[in-house]
Design a protein around this ligand. Sequence first.
Ligand code: NAD
Length: 512
Amino acid sequence: MTLAMDQSRLALPYIGGATVDVDERTVVLEPADTTIRVGSVALAGPEHVEAAVAAATEAFPAWRDLSAEERGDMILAAAAALEAEAPALIDLLAREVGKVLPDARADIMGSIAMLKNFVALVRELATDPNHAGEPGTGQAVLVKVRHVPVGPVAVIGPWNTPVFLTFNGIAPSLASGCTVIVKPAVEAPLALTAVVRILAEHLPPGVLNVVPGRGSVVGQALAEHPGIRALMFTGGTETGRRIQAAAAGNLKKVALELGGNDPAIILEDAEIDDSMITELVAGSFGMTGQICFNIKRIYVHRSHYDEFVERFTEAVGRVVIGDPHDETAHIGPLTTRDGYENAKRLLSDAVAAGATVRELGTYSKSAKRDSGLYISPTVVTGIAPDSELVLDEQFAPIMPIIAFDTDDEAVAEANRTEFGLASSVWSADLAHAERVAGRIEAGNTFINTHRLGASVPFVPFGGVKQSGLGRTHGMYSLHHCTEEHGIVGFTEPATQLPGISHWQSVVAGVDA
Ligand code: NAD
């Protein structure tokens, strides 16, 4: 079976095992050529959220009560169906987001791998042995911690890595026995909606649903809904705050993966060589600067500053910008018109403030610069450390580079913003790097790397301060969609436990 492209070009709700038609729609344009329409997306309303919550609520008990084995088998069969459609989905994703094919491939294939990983993890947990004591020793003979699925879960995703980041919520939820409602971003809803529909068609009706639409309508209704027990969100910090407030009504569990402004700190004892420059260029400009944990500002020890800027700039000059389907391109356009306008504004502000702004890179012939949302990879020096480009999240391929004199100064600059997602420290001395890393306020600090792939599946991922709440990956994700249920038992009433003697007089004849 191959993906029905006409269906995938129109993102409609899929609720309770059926596609639902919606009249109100908006178009999805190709960022690489905004004169081309990739497809359109339904703008669903609160009534669709009601229907989806009802379907997810009805499907929940039977899904929850399957064994981890049974549920896992169904998810793996669905994942195999998805894998068969992967090439068409990768193509669609590259078009709607504007990301180059290797990035689109990582998004789809990584999501399939994630499903398999969570099935394996949940099966492993289900076979956890009891921590039992010996009868008669005063210890409980049954001590079991069950990971109980919370119920219907809502997963609200962003446009930058729409499938993989939404799977951070979908995969643990489905595997652990929750039913799920997905809300894709309006900017890039097509591949994700198609992916969810393919999976959902292989699962019992209502287990997995998708409701595309505006965040202020569909997202808000999901966040407020008392029938949703947990919400996993990836997106901007402001939206995260709104969601947390809306979710307070029924105390739903909320996990927030929010924006970042990651610093990279190059210490005095770092070695400026080709491998370091390659890692830093990839970490800065990967996905056109639109990864939440891209490097967004570089601090370099003054002793290396001139050499670093020269070598980094030279390498950025060799970055190829092109159409997402151009195999020679390292990066494509920005995804959204708003992001593009914001990048242009940041650049003109930097020029106006007297900074040195070098727009670099090489455009491939495939790049339609007149109609695509292309921003050149840009290096900015001579910029004030407290300027907006340095302290806010640019989400574009524009890199400010700033000199520092001491470790203390670098750490203070790194911690100066309210963001705290990832960060990196670069040094030839691992112990020194680790000492500096330990002082950075962030969810993750990488040493001598900083890019996609560095977030190992079982290392917790998430942010501190305004970059988020909670962690994803492995067990950390399961905490959001399950509740721990402790069961502690004795074979007979536990009068041997301390504290009972005070009560023994209430029943005559109790054994001492
Ligand atoms: P966004 O916050 O604008 O939108 C994210 C999702 O929230 C979309 O589906 C949107 O429709 C929905 N939404 C909007 N208003 C809502 C509301 N009131 N209630 C509920 N849902 C609502 O973010 P974006 O522009 O799609 O993504 C870019 C941002 O996401 C950047 O800040 C980036 O750093 C961040 N991000 C973070 C991570 C991470 O893991 N920490 C990963 C990727 C992106």
